[in-house]
Design a protein around this ligand. Sequence first.
Ligand code: SF4
Length: 94
Amino acid sequence: MQIVNFELEQELWMQEGACVFADPDLFFPVGSSMKALKQAAEAKAICNECDVKLDCLEYAIRTNQDSGVWGGTTEDERKSIRREYKKTGNLVAS
Ligand code: SF4
């Protein structure tokens, strides 16, 4: 799990993330440059191999993580997921 904000709530699944030893910069790309897009794509590829992907996504939605890649989603992708989650309580990844 990418640990950048030390105020993050610690949960057991975080220790099992496929990103534990990955470069944290991949998960927090800055801007929309080609480099940032490649970093996000690389982060999402790691997420897609992660056993705790849904736990991570649920956490990001529940705690309003509005930057970075979490659970295989970018901040923009989580906006629609968050709306659906508030309405139904379900995570529907697009
Ligand atoms: S889903 Fe992605 S960001 Fe979340 S713990 Fe797994 S690898 Fe890390």
